[in-house]
Design a protein around this ligand. Sequence first.
Ligand code: G6P
Length: 489
Amino acid sequence: GVDGSERLHKQRLLVVANRLPVSAVRKGEDSWQLEMSVGGLVSALLGVKEFDARWIGWAGVNVPDEIGQKALTTALAEKRCIPVFLDEDIVHQYYNGYCNNMLWPLFHYLGLPQEDRLATTRSFQSQFDAYKKANQMFADVVNKHYKEGDVVWCHDYHLMFLPKCLKEYNSKMKVGWFLHTPFPSSEIHRMLPSRSELLRSVLAADLVGFHTYDYARHFVSACTRILGLEGTPEGVEDQGKLTRVAAFPIGIDSERFIRALELPQVQDHIKELKERFAGRKVMLGVDRLDMIKGIPQKILAFEEFLEENPEWRDKVVLLQIAVPTRTDVPEYQKLTSQVHEIVGRINGRFGTLTAVPIHHLDRSLDFHALCALYAVTDVALVTSLRDGMNLVSYEFVACQASKKGVLILSEFAGAAQSLGAGAILVNPWNISEVASSIGYALNMPADEREKRHNHNFRHVTTHTSQEWAATFVSELNDTIVEAQLRTRQ
Ligand code: G6P
């Protein structure tokens, strides 16, 4: 049929990421309830019609029994998803341990775990072994589903060992790897006990991508300084084999946000929010509750602003949506109580019987509620201490066509390199600077707001997630052609 012949011409793409874009809840021995989550990557690939994409990843649940695994595999197949089953011990050592307690903080310049050094060093090896084992399990599933001509696109710090495993199975497989976090300065990467092994396995890929030119440059420096390889303008060369290294800044599906704002239920919600916060300016933070987001710094800056500007105390409210994440990792548990304590103190200090300055929510919002919130916001606050890109800043801009609110943006977010000219850039460690930027943003004249917004809006609606995915995959295809030419010469 039409469908089949269309599919023939589509590029088959295997997208491998630690987490599948679905959440699975078990409803019985052999029944599952699935919910598709539409993050940046999913909408990017849905938007590119020339791809026939399949997802390979962990469903985020422990399924020890065969009946459950079979049922989940069947249910996921309808969503073009293929599960990798990881047992509890692997998840603990690979995901909670090596990925989220080791690589994640290090790549965001927060160092390696410092407490109980000896114990950490000892468990480090077993965590790294679990990491490699998990990556091998992903590779097994990819290999099982791979067909000649497929392109395999690996994602993020969870899967740095995957390119090597895949090339060992099949050296002709086209393999790309993209990092969604920063790649740190080579001086930081050097601290990692497994620094060389990880770099070498990433280099097995044909194309290695980062959000910014700086991250790409850091990666090339790490390869030259730590591995002694040659860095070229195109990438890294090892005994005649070139691995292309380049920057591919991600974007969002801006149309999806713009369209959502026109829906009657979203319009109703916008009206409600406007009434609720009438007479007050709305400031907004939306983050996963993560150390890298600088949430305590943001709230302390807001406190300093209220302290120094008493006339604003009953005229502004900060809404902080803090989405719980990685709740099994002790550092994240500590952060939650720390943030609660600061919020409680400030609300106690500046609240009245009828109003508090900070509304802090420990949960996510559905897509439409989020769009409405973005649309009524006067000032968005993104204070990441480090952040690969930060798409919240993009989403806010996409929803501000009528309000033209102000974006305060950390200079340590990748987005600072694309939205820097429209946003107010801050160093989140400098609490006083953030506090005075809040004042500047709240008082900004309309013509300046408009100019800044228009600049960012143009960027966000032009450099979309669809464009990002299409560019990466097309470059991956070209890279292979180049490599084959080279061996023929
Ligand atoms: C970051 C990472 C993603 C990850 C996401 C959510 O954006 O780059 O790879 O999926 O956080 O974190 P989680 O640990 O819940 O998957």
